[in-house]
Design a protein around this ligand. Sequence first.
Ligand code: GLU
Length: 505
Amino acid sequence: MVRVRFAPSPTGTLHIGGVRTALYNYLLARQTGGQFILRIEDTDQTRFVPGAEEYIIEALRWVGLVPDEGVGFGGEYGPYRQSDRKAIYHQYAMELLERGHAYYAFDTPEELETKRAEIENFTYNCHTRNGLRNSLALSEAEVKALLEQGVPAVIRLKIEPGQRIVIQDLIRGEVQFQSDLLDDKVLLKADGMPTYHLANIVDDHLMKISHVIRGEEWLSSTAHHVLLYRGLGWEDTMPVFAHLPLILKPVGDGKLSKRDGAKFGFPVFPLSWDSEKEEERAMGFREAGFLPEAVVNFLALLGWHPEDEQEIFSMEQLIQAFSLEKINKGGARFDYEKAKWFNQKYIQSTDNKTLAQLMWPYVKAHEYDVCEEYLEQVAALMKERVTFIQDFVGQGQYLFETVATYDMEALSKKWKSSLAPVFERWIAAYEAAQEGTSIEQEEVFKAFVAEQGVKPGEMLPLLRLALAGTMKGPGVFELAATLGKEETLLRLNNFLKFCLTIETA
Ligand code: GLU
């Protein structure tokens, strides 16, 4: 049975790389009929940020990665929040002590600081621990006394020198570590809280996790994790590891960071994060106007490549096609233009009713008085032209407000006083005609220009300016049909009036 987990720490916004990790875990679970678990790793209380857990859950729901078990979702292996499992970790720390794979250390933070200042690259390990204040170096009586006095003590992993640790990573292949180079990591802190390493291993074991799929930054810790599995006698049921490549900055070296988002003006988080402090605020893909399906498709291909050249994948298709073996070893470069491309494609293939629903928040923000049906027409008219959801309202402002300004450069090129009477007669002809579809309106127009002896190209740009104020946008007659006869007539008249006033000015 495949059981995978997404195990974020609630330390603030969830980086988009975290969403990709969740996605790959989810895809494997769905493909194999397994379970996808959300575990909140909040043992580092100093980094805990209120609201971060809710943010994680909302983000997962938004992209459609709903866990089968976990914080907020129930399940038989709970609790799924590590701070609620303190007693469990304590028990296993004691077991490691008894088995001789862990030891007490009494060194104060100040003592360790002094060591670090004295010795370059000081590491607490098999080479240094005998000269430090721990239960391996001190006598049994001293240790007993210290413990009885309640002197703060941590429990550290005792790493034996001369061991080779080999990991078969599903993405990276064989990865080897030498135990001499590893530090004796703290497992249980003086306040009784476990560190990430102990809690992570205990939980993966007790929650029967079969595959650990996580970011590359955790690869080096995996050696410690293997030793913990060995120490607890759990090596036989150890999960399979798969370490995902980094998401790289759009240009240059290194991991995509929050700063890149601010610098280039794109989101690196799924949802926006609000804060009183300016530096903590961040924009999300949702608020930037992305559809969740587009984000999922974009993220899926950021590190994973399908068998062929297919680029558009629904969640169902991803579930079918996904495989851990087809994840690249090298970092995946974040390409915002590609993300935008996916969003355009997904907007184009989304039905007008859904798009209308998504437009509402922006329509309301502007207090536009329109009905649902009108928004569906706007969707039909603009969906081939927009990149973001708010573009329907932003780029299509003239669909919601009367035209206040005209593109004067275009107007001065296209307007001729000889066209004024023709324009006036067009208003009359338009008014007299039946209010038809855009195609019918175009027929009326064609007949009109033929009869008047003017070229369509002389009149069309003017009509466009009259209705939209700009030369960009949908077809003139489609626009007129959407605006309706009354509004179209009003705009034609306003435009003519405007042109006549600038002529006389
Ligand atoms: N809590 C770790 C994180 O925040 C989880 C790493 C893992 O999946 O083991 O990324």
